[in-house]
Design a protein around this ligand. Structure first.
Ligand SMILES: [Zn+2]
Length: 114
């Protein structure tokens, strides 16, 4: 298995996991159509849970789009190249973060800018 095939296998598995996670989050979110509890303390807990679910839904969607993006880069042959400086991303970084689109240098400066 080439490193590229390995990355593709990782990303594909990850996309499946993420899709399943997104589906189960969606099921839990639909579940909340229930009337809120009459007890105000319960209500606060329910709202907190809803917020956690909302955040989880957002991060899952972001991860899904990052993973899809990385897979499309494998297809078009640009996988492993930094989107900012065009230099190859270190294989060790790609192994740890298969969906990375920036080399560690560019990722670090993007984080500093954010
Ligand atoms: Zn770079």
């Amino acid at each position: 298995m080439t490193p590229l095939e390995y990355a593709q296998a990782c990303l594909t598995t990850r996309l499946q996991d993420l899709s399943q996670r997104a589906a189960s989050i969606e099921r839990s979110r639909q579940h909340r159509q229930r009337p809120l509890s009459a007890d105000s303390e319960d209500r606060a807990t329910e709202r907190e849970n809803d917020e956690v679910l909302d955040r989880l839904a957002v991060t899952t969607q972001v991860e899904i789009s990052q993973t899809r993006h990385a897979l499309s880069r494998i297809q078009d042959g640009t996988y492993g190249l930094c989107e900012s400086c065009g230099e190859p991303i270190k294989p060790s970084r790609l192994q740890a973060v298969p969906e990375a689109t920036q080399c560690s240098g560019c990722a670090a400066s993007a984080q500093r800018a954010a």
